[in-house]
Design a protein around this ligand. Structure first.
Ligand code: ZN
Length: 307
């Protein structure tokens, strides 16, 4: 019998984030939203005829605030018995609020101004992250979790963050459900630009998920297609493949623009990537956190510096 999956909306300001309930013999929640959205999860589960106390697994796709922020609150709500799972590489984002502040400064400080970013981020992590904890279990590529007779495979999908993972549920009928978090961004989410720290790793990860040929792909946010329209967060076979190919296409377009226009400081808010923004037709506010424009372009610049 197919294991049911239920999306749970976990909005945070202008972001539409989605958590998921995997209705396996041992209930699992994939990603947690932030403090405020996690508080609503028990009621959402009740509507589905499930109880938060019965949730045995909290599976985190990666360490970003809107995915791990509610983890401590949800874990408390399960009576502290659910296993909280994250990759070894992203685990510090669960155990330290400060890690989010330093990460933002490292990736974007030089473009958006260090002091303003530090102040803003410090306030944000206090409100949006419900607490700090060590994971119950850290995982990596190839690990398999047992949700009471239902196996979930871990596939490493670095790029968006260094420690991103996909959880792959091989359904008894041969279909494949993939919980991908933010690892394939299409033409970007709310901010209209795809965000990734490591462009080469991002590309390889999207290709790897494409090769898994998901029957259903579950995403963290509604991502835009090439026309700028948001897609659903739950994509079936052909739509899933199209989203993944769009993610590769947009990465290639960004890469080409970066190669054509090396960084050059200017008075523009997009500085030093003004020409890249123009070439790509990107007109969003590049400083709005999590500022994927600067994160991704910093990623290419860092790769070039190392080369
Ligand atoms: Zn993310």
């Amino acid at each position: 019998m197919t294991v049911a999956v239920h999306p749970i909306a976990a909005p945070w300001g202008r972001f539409a984030l989605f958590s998921y309930l995997i209705d396996a013999p041992e209930l699992a929640i994939v990603d947690t939203g932030v403090t405020a959205s996690a508080a609503k999860v028990p009621a959402e589960l009740e509507k589905l005829g499930r109880r938060i106390e019965d949730v045995k697994w909290i599976l985190l796709t990666h360490g970003h605030i809107d995915h791990v922020g509610g983890a401590v609150a949800l874990w408390e709500a399960t009576g502290r018995q659910a296993k909280v799972v994250i990759s070894e590489v992203d685990a510090h984002f669960l155990s330290s609020r400060e890690a989010h502040v330093s990460e933002a400064l490292e990736l974007r400080g030089e473009y958006v101004g260090t002091e303003a970013l530090r102040a803003r981020k410090s306030a944000e992590v206090l409100e949006a992250i419900s607490g700090e904890m060590e994971p119950s279990l850290t995982i990596g590529d190839g690990d398999v979790l047992d949700l009471g007779g239902i196996a979930v495979r871990v596939v490493a999908v670095p790029g968006h963050t260094a420690g991103g993972v996909a959880y792959v549920l091989d359904q008894p009928d041969g279909e494949t459900d993939v919980f991908l978090g933010d690892a394939a961004q299409g033409y970007g989410a709310a901010s209209g630009f795809p965000g990734y720290e490591d462009p080469d790793a991002y590309r390889a990860s999207v290709q790897r998920v494409l090769d898994l040929a998901p029957t259903r792909l579950y995403l963290g946010h509604p991502y835009r297609d090439s026309s700028g329209a948001p897609r659903s967060v739950t994509l079936h076979a052909a739509a899933a493949a199209q989203h993944l190919r769009d993610s590769l296409d947009r990465e290639a377009e960004v890469r080409a623009a970066v190669e054509a226009y090396p960084p050059r400081p200017s008075e523009s808010p997009y500085s030093p990537f003004e020409a890249v923004a123009e070439a790509l037709g990107y007109t969003g506010d590049p400083t709005l956190e999590p500022a994927p424009f600067f994160t991704s372009l910093h990623g290419y610049a860092a790769t070039h510096r190392e080369a």
